[in-house]
Design a protein around this ligand. Structure first.
Ligand code: FES
Length: 102
């Protein structure tokens, strides 16, 4: 999901390859991890602790309680809305819940 045919966005950006839960994906130079995930159709970023309901990206400004937090290159609780995408990053949702076992 990206805006197409906008004159202000015509500048070609380099493609960055990264991995989300071991699946190879591509983002663009300048993407945050979250924007690259959304562009790849990933909308569930975490699960609520009490209810286990799927949680999406929320404030996008590094301001909320961090529903966007994921494990990035082995570092837990990285706010993906504010962290720039880098080549070969390995991104995982937080620990497996019963939802992911389905
Ligand atoms: S979406 Fe709010 S801190 Fe990332």
């Amino acid at each position: 999901m990206r805006i197409q045919n906008n004159q202000n966005l015509q500048k070609k950006k380099n493609i960055i390859t990264f991995y989300f839960e071991n699946k190879k994906m591509e983002g663009l130079e300048g993407d945050t991890i979250a924007s690259a995930l959304i562009a790849n159709g990933v909308f569930v970023f975490s699960y609520g602790r009490k209810t286990n309901r799927p949680r999406g990206y929320s404030c996008s400004t590094d301001f909320c309680d961090g529903s966007c937090q994921m494990t990035v290159d082995g570092i837990e609780n990285v706010k993906t809305c504010s962290r720039r995408l880098e080549p070969e990053m390995k991104v995982f949702r937080k620990k497996v819940t019963h939802h992911e076992k389905l």
